[in-house]
Design a protein around this ligand. Structure first.
Ligand code: FES
Length: 107
């Protein structure tokens, strides 16, 4: 089983690096929740709540789908780096690594 490395920054600038397994069909949201991050994921990963929103800082990844773009468009502080963690499969981290910032609206 392969792994991806994700550097996770919080709103205070603190960061941790995590290794998550690919090949299990996990989303980044599911992996982050399993690692103990307080992501609400109110809609359960259906791109309907934006509680899993993050800033994508670095790393090649799949483009957002229509459902993700539609949800992000409803956010007043949506930015070009905004993503929904529930819509990103770990397998879609093409470089095998990424940097993200959680809770961007709180920074
Ligand atoms: S968990 Fe609701 S949009 Fe991602």
């Amino acid at each position: 089983m392969q792994q991806v490395q994700v550097s996770v920054f919080d709103h205070s600038g603190f960061s941790e690096v995590h290794s998550f397994p690919t090949g299990m069909g996990l989303s980044l949201m599911e992996a982050l929740k399993a690692a103990g991050y307080p992501i609400e994921a109110i809609c359960g990963g259906l791109a309907l709540c934006a509680s899993c929103r993050l800033d994508w800082l670095e790393g090649s990844v799949s483009e957002p789908n229509d459902a993700e773009l539609d949800m992000l468009d409803t956010l007043p502080d949506n930015q070009s780096c905004s993503r929904l963690a529930c819509q990103i499969r770990l397998e879609s981290l093409y470089d095998g690594r990424a940097s993200i910032r959680l809770n961007p609206s709180k920074s």
